[in-house]
Design a protein around this ligand. Structure first.
Ligand SMILES: C[S@@+](CC[C@H](N)C(=O)[O-])C[C@H]1O[C@@H](n2cnc3c(N)ncnc32)[C@H](O)[C@@H]1O
Length: 279
């Protein structure tokens, strides 16, 4: 597993093997009709923004009056690229603030600032997370975007995320969380199981966690895309190196697993696009 590749490139390579972007783009075309308050949305927070692949489409199609976009992304290459991509697509149409850090740290900073805990103040200053950021987040966020990221968070951090969204950040009555996740039958999970690695937390579990926590999951749009596993070439290796990096799987075991889950070279990529609203 020695190929060095930056995360945005790896993700693009993987996404070139399925049509999720097109499917989501068509869904986003219809969202403004179904969620009429989106046209009034002025503030959007995104977690795990990547290079902005899906967020930028969402902003373009659903948030015509956006004034402020705040992104939190852990990967420096993604941060660089998302800033460039936002500028290329929208110039300075709205204010952009990108925090390069794990979302878990962002949660800490927010909680630190609201509790005014002196010992941690330096940390907040280091990341320019000041009381102005806190004010923007306090009940003024119209849309929170979390596309293919919630499953990366540990259970405790997911619960913290849901509570921060619904008890602090989203605008009362109208604020909405938009997220995507893989169905438990997603071929990535088959691949991971076959290679004896832990599977990705499914969108069903995320939806149940939200519902059990009293949150209002108002829409679910399941979709499915065929995915090309026909060649185990250098490109697919690059993405899988990231996906499997903590799993202990070897290239040989992944290649064998691909043959088992996609004997004719193709498999399926079922996912779910969901909307949760403040109750
Ligand atoms: C599968 S990508 C999705 C990117 C983007 N949301 C999209 O759909 O185009 C997941 C992203 O989450 C980021 N990520 C994973 N764990 C994170 C964490 N703890 N804090 C912040 N970002 C994280 C990764 O760096 C990656 O860019």
């Amino acid at each position: 597993m020695s190929h060095k590749v930056i995360y945005p490139t790896a993700l693009k390579i993987f996404r070139n093997r399925h049509s999720e972007k097109k499917v989501l783009s068509e869904l986003m075309d219809k969202l403004p009709e179904r969620c009429s308050n989106l046209k009034d949305a002025t503030t959007c927070l995104s977690i795990g923004t990547g290079y902005g692949d899906y967020d930028i489409d969402f902003i373009e199609k659903c948030l015509p009056n956006l004034k402020k976009f705040i992104a939190i992304e852990i990967d420096g290459d993604c941060v660089k690229e998302v800033k460039e991509n936002l500028y290329t697509r929208f110039k300075n149409k709205f204010e952009v603030e990108v925090f390069e850090m794990p979302v878990e740290n962002f949660f800490d900073l927010y909680e630190t600032v609201i509790n005014d805990f002196d010992g941690e103040k330096n940390k907040a200053e280091k990341y320019s997370f000041n009381s102005r950021c806190k004010e923007v987040l306090n009940g003024e966020v119209d849309a929170i975007l979390a596309f293919h990221i919630i499953h990366f968070l540990a259970e405790k951090e997911r619960k913290r995320f849901y509570n921060l969204c619904f008890d602090h950040w989203l605008r009362p009555k109208t604020g909405q969380l938009f997220f995507t996740g893989c169905d438990e039958n997603n071929s990535l999970n088959h691949l991971l199981s076959e290679a004896k690695s832990p599977v990705i937390l499914s969108s069903e579990i995320i939806v149940n966690e939200l519902k059990n926590g009293g949150k209002n999951v108002v829409e679910e749009f399941p979709y499915n895309c065929p995915i090309d596993y026909s060649s185990f070439d250098v490109d697919i290796r690059r993405f899988l190196n990231f996906t499997f990096q903590h799993s202990g799987a070897t290239e040989t075991s992944i290649e064998e697993a691909m043959k088992v889950i996609a004997p004719n070279g193709w498999s399926e990529y079922p996912c779910n696009f969901c909307i949760a609203r403040k109750a």
